[in-house]
Design a protein around this ligand. Structure first.
Ligand SMILES: Nc1ncnc2c1ncn2[C@@H]1O[C@H](COP(=O)(O)OP(=O)(O)OP(=O)(O)O)[C@@H](O)[C@H]1O
Ligand SMILES: [Mg+2]
Length: 212
């Protein structure tokens, strides 16, 4: 069982979008996947409800905005992969989700506010690593091609020695439309740019987290 949380203090960076799309990829790759929605907003859970209406299914989703997730996680050891979608605040639920994880993916948009918020998130993850070996990587999301700010943010990440995925996700309407349909972007249109990005991201995540 590997536990990956999608986390970050900042709201609206794409955590739920990344969580559900990775869950879809992992399921199509043959893994037994559990998606835990640890956000009281319940967005990932609602995505799954929509998904079930379309009879796509494929993985289990539960809502558990719990402060003791790090202890409860062992109850789900029959899954190959657990993806935790967290809320965008520094709460005890958020900290518990990080402590429950082996790996943390932090989606950010390329912007100064995101970098400021990222340094706080990194500190929280570092605190948790005192108790457990947790690895974290940043994912650049909603990237606008050729924007100078993207290059600046990448330089800032390198200077701060913060690890990041070489795959980035572009700002694309496909990500929004797929959520409304209860689908992963690869299920909606295999040939879209968003599909290519998500497939590349899944390959990177799989290697990083030793998922076979
Ligand atoms: N790459 C993308 N391209 C276009 N829209 C995106 C992309 N990623 C996310 N979005 C959209 O941005 C909005 C915020 O995304 P999402 O809900 O996944 O963020 P979040 O980090 O989970 O937010 P919260 O902190 O509220 O939980 C949503 O409308 C989503 O559809
Ligand atoms: Mg969310």
């Amino acid at each position: 069982m590997k536990v990956i949380s999608i986390a970050g203090e900042k709201g609206g960076t794409g955590k739920t979008t990344v969580a559900v799309n990775l869950a879809v990829e992992a399921f199509h790759d043959g893994l037994k996947v559990l998606l835990i929605d640890a956000d009281i907003q319940g967005s990932a859970f609602m995505f799954h409800e929509t998904r079930q209406e379309t009879k796509t299914g494929g993985f289990q989703t539960i809502i558990k905005p719990s402060k003791t997730l790090h202890r409860q996680i062992q109850d789900f050891s029959n899954f190959d992969l657990i993806i935790i979608d967290t809320g965008g605040r520094d709460s005890s639920v958020f900290r518990s989700a990080i402590t429950a994880s082996d790996y943390v993916i932090v989606p950010i948009q390329a912007g100064q506010f995101d970098l400021w918020s990222l340094s706080r998130t990194v500190r929280i993850i570092e605190e948790a690593t005192k108790f457990k070996d947790i690895r974290a990587k940043v994912l650049l999301n909603m990237v606008i091609p050729r924007a100078k700010i993207v290059k600046d943010v990448i330089s800032a990440l390198k200077n701060a020695e913060i690890d990041f995925f070489s795959t980035t996700l572009g700002l694309r309407v496909a990500y929004r439309e797929a959520i409304s349909a209860g689908l992963g972007v690869t299920e909606m249109n295999k040939k879209s740019k968003a599909s290519e990005e998500v497939r590349n991201l899944w390959q990177e995540v799989k290697k990083w987290a030793n998922l076979g």
